[in-house]
Structures are given as C-alpha cells and as structure tokens.
Design a protein. Structure first.
Length: 118
C-alpha cells in the first residue's frame, strides 16, 4: 500500500487532534507498594490501575511492569518485557482495554456472579 501525501497529512491531523484532546503521559512507573501502574499526565492528573484489570497486562509480574516506556507522542505506554502497548486515549475511553475486551471481561464477571448465587 502506497502512502500518499494526502493520507500522511490526514494521519498527522488525526494525531494532532488526539494530542489536543488527551493529555500526554509525562511519567510512568510501577508502584510495588500498592501493585499499581501509575501514569502521570501533562494535565497534572495521575492515573493508577492494577495490571490484572488491563488488557495485555493481566498476567504480568511486577518485574514485567518496571521497565515501561512512554511513546514519543506521549499517548502510548510500552512494556518491553511483555511486548505490550497501552494507547492512552483507548485506555481512558474504554477504561483499561478495548471495548470488545471490556465487554468480554464484564461477561465473565456476570457469569461468575451467577454461579456464586446458585
């Protein structure tokens, strides 16, 4: 597939819109004390979450989460030991995974609760 100048410019425009809409990550770390990935955003907001509730990180060990890297755009977090990426806009929109993955997880949770009630 050839990339035309128009395609390239359209992609750049979409990226610029995302950067305005979503604050970029400025720091990422794994906090062993509370077992949470902590992402500091340019807006001053900090997002902390358990890897166990996150698509691609569900079975990660603490050591796997310690070497996280921020993408050049600031909109992605990469975990090299897992070869897993988190795209911040999707994370914030889908709450820790894609909509399909979240729906699947919610379905598992509902089924589990039903089994407990029986």
């Amino acid at each position: 597939m050839d990339i035309t100048n128009e395609t390239f410019e359209a992609a750049n425009q979409r990226a610029a819109t995302k950067k305005v809409t979503f604050p970029a990550a400025v720091a990422v770390r794994y906090d062993c004390r509370v077992a949470r990935v902590v992402i500091s955003l340019a807006s001053g907001f900090e997002l902390a979450f358990s890897s166990k509730n996150t698509q691609g990180l569900k079975n990660a060990q603490a050591a796997d989460l310690m070497e996280a890297e921020i993408s050049p755009s600031g909109l992605g977090i990469y975990f090299p030991r897992l070869d897993a990426d988190i795209y911040l806009p999707a994370l914030l929109e889908g709450f820790l995974g894609s909509k399909r993955w979240m729906t699947s997880e919610m379905g598992k949770s509902v089924a589990k609760q039903r089994r407990k009630r029986k």
